[in-house]
Structure formats: structure tokens, C-alpha cells
Write a protein that binds this ligand. Sequence first.
Ligand SMILES: *Cc1c(COP(=O)(O)O)cnc(C)c1O
Length: 453
Amino acid sequence: MDTVKYLLTEDQMPAAWYNIQADLPEPLPPVLHPATGKPIGPADLEPLFPPALIMQEVSQERMIEIPEEVQTIYRQWRPSPLYRARRLEQFLDTPAKIYYKYEGVSPAGSHKPNTAVPQAYYNKQAGVKRLTTETGAGQWGSALAFAGALLDLEVLVFMVKVSYRQKPYRHALMNTYGARVVPSPSEETSAGRAILAEHPDSTGSLGIAISEAVEVAVQDEQSKYCLGSVLNHVLLHQTVVGQEALAQLEQVGDYPDVIIGCTGGGSNFAGIAFPFLGAKLRGGRDVRIIAVEPAACPTLTRGLYAYDYGDTAHLTPLVKMHTLGSGFVPEGIHAGGLRYHGMGPLVSHVVRLGLVEPRAEHQLGCFEAGLTFARTEGILPAPEPTHAVKAAIDEALRCKEAGTSKTILFNLCGHGHFDLQAYIDYQAGRLRDYEYSQEEVAMALAGLPAVDG
Ligand SMILES: *Cc1c(COP(=O)(O)O)cnc(C)c1O
């Protein structure tokens, strides 16, 4: 029997974030210093992050209180709705029940403001004036620009060049919130200039953009760096999603048999799954948990679980995670938010412990699932969560074949209103699937740093 009850405020919003580190059967491997290969201490992270976020990164405390000011901002869109996809169920003619948590109701249109707001808040508290960051699809940049506007902080965003060209409305939104957006690789940093010297036509990658944003933050006293995924404190902030889902399902007397999320760096996935996984680890109900990634960036399904850098220029510490190698530049698929070479260490850890099933899906099947979802439920999913939609549909169809009813819960982590070009291209037959050969994957992995552990 699970004795931990997540604390909700009067309006059914979580009052604390849930930290899965308190319930893990084995602790996370340490983060290593790139120069010494020894575990890093909090002081090593101080040039990048404010003290409160560093504390959260390493905290073993189960529940971490959400500051009042952050709760007040969350209230604009939280609790987010939990819907039962009845028309999709009918269309599939499945005995399964499909629920989805909809994070597209936030001002930026995704789950990202759940962490952008507290990150901006703790930086503001620490006296920081400017936040630097990277963005792929533009969701994270928009979320941080929004949070910066509310908390009166300057925001500088390095946006992966291919996305900058594909998604003009995304950087227009960031500009509207008051942020400055630079296509990456850029001439503004030595990391960017080094890439451009070698590959003048480089369309960029998240790894390169991270190097640029980190470089600027480290060189300026008044600036700190923010990351929209991967890190423990980011995954922590997203657990408001799963805690709300638990409470909302409880109200209708239900509990999921299967939980599904798409994974880029792992934050929306962890957000919906970790509160349920925590309950299971404490002896509560069993639940199957599926992490869905793109076959064109198959970190969990084809990468190695090894120490690697978070960025291309090797400015970040070494973390143990599933990785395709920090030099890996994935094909320009439209699910830009899922094109990262690594994975959140916490998500990698629970996959390695066998607590989560990873799965890879090709983009054409995902867009088809996205269309089915839009035509039944009316919400246009962002390209990233179409991976979760695809897996949810497949699970529901499996129930139909087996003649069993299951309760499926997935995270619809963002809407696709800025991604209509992707849907236009899909419907015009201009998209294709990518599959890497074993040789290509092996080549990308050959450059991993040599570290014991
Ligand atoms: C950023 C983003 C992702 C990928 O990041 P995760 O940390 O893996 O969640 C997925 N979907 C949307 C809508 C995003 O904005």
C-alpha cells in the first residue's frame, strides 16, 4: 500500500514536485568533471545555474515545495485537462480506454513552461539578469521567452538553424515575448565559429546550440544558462503533470495499465510517468511504461548507455546516459524536439533498470496517427507527441485483437499550430522515413570519451 499522498492545493494543483531520486532502487551514477574524470561538486555547476536549481539537481528529498509565486503563474493553465479520447476509441473500435493529459493549454503551447517558469524564478532570486539557452523546434525557446517576460529577465536563444528556417513563426513568437533569437551555429561564439569554419553550410544541432549558449553564460557574470530537458531538475518540475493525472484519474475511479510519453530529452515523459513509477517502486500498483522516440534519432533503442558530453564542443560535464555520441547530427525530421543525441540520465537509468520499455517509431506512421487524432479528437498534436499518439493507438488496437480492456494514459505534450508546414509536407507526400545502418550508428558512437564506470 502506497502511503505517500501527493499534496494538492484547493484548486487541485500540486503544491510540491515529486523527486524520483528518493525512490530509486539504485542511485544515479555520478556526474563527472570532463577534465579530471572525478565526480563534480555543486561548485562546478555555479557558473551555469543558480544555487536553488543545483540543490534540486542533486536532491534526494521526495517532495520539493513549489514556491508560491510559481504556483500563482502555474494557475493560469494548471491543472491542465485530462481528457478521455472517446471518439478515438470509437474510431478504433477498441475495448481500451484512452486518456490523455493535454499540455498544449499553456501560453507557449507545450509542457515546457512548467520548468521555464521555476527556472526563471530561481535565477531572478539569485540576481541573474540574462538567461541563455538553445532551442530546437522552438518550443523551449518560446517557453523561456514567456517566463523571462513575466519575471523581467533578458533571454538570448540560440536556435538550431534548420528549425530557424523551417519555423519562422516560432522565432517571431520569441521576439514578441522580448527575447533575442540567433540562428545556430552563429558567429557570436567561438564554438559556433569553429563549426562554421569547418562546415559553412551547417544546419546546426541541439548539441552545437547548447555549446553556444553555455559559452555565453560562462563568460558573462550576469548571465546563466537554462536547459529545457535532460537535467534532473527539469524532469522534477514536469512531475506536476503526472501528479495531476493521478488525482484526476482517481476522481473518475480509474488507474492506468499503460503510460506512454514521447522522449527527446525525457522531460514530458518523466513528467507524466514518474509519479506513477514512484508509486510502483514504493509497493503500489504495477504499470507498464513506454518511452517512444523517433527511429531517426534512436537514443534509447540503438544508443549506448555510457558517459558522454551533453554538447558538441564538450563544455558540459560527463553524464551517464543513453547516447548516440555528441557529434551525432540527426536527419532533419519535423519532430525537432526529439532530435537530441543523448537522454535524461534519470530516464536512461530507469530504462536500464528495466522499469521502462523504449520503442522507436518512424515519422510517417506518427504523422498518420496525428491526423487520425486530429480528425477524431479535434486537437492537432505537435510532431513530437504524435509518437505517443502512435504508440497509444497501437496499444489500443492490440487490446482489440486480444479482446481485453486496458486503461491507457499518454501525454499530449503540445499542440501543432506552429508545425502546420510539417502536416502540409506530410499530406503532400514530401516526407520520408530514415533508418541508420549499423555502421552509421557505430561510427557516431566511436567518438565517446574514455571513462571508467
Ligand atoms: C521539447 C519538446 C519535446 C521533447 O522534450 P522532452 O524533454 O523529451 O519532453 C517533446 N514534445 C514537445 C511538444 C516539446 O516541446
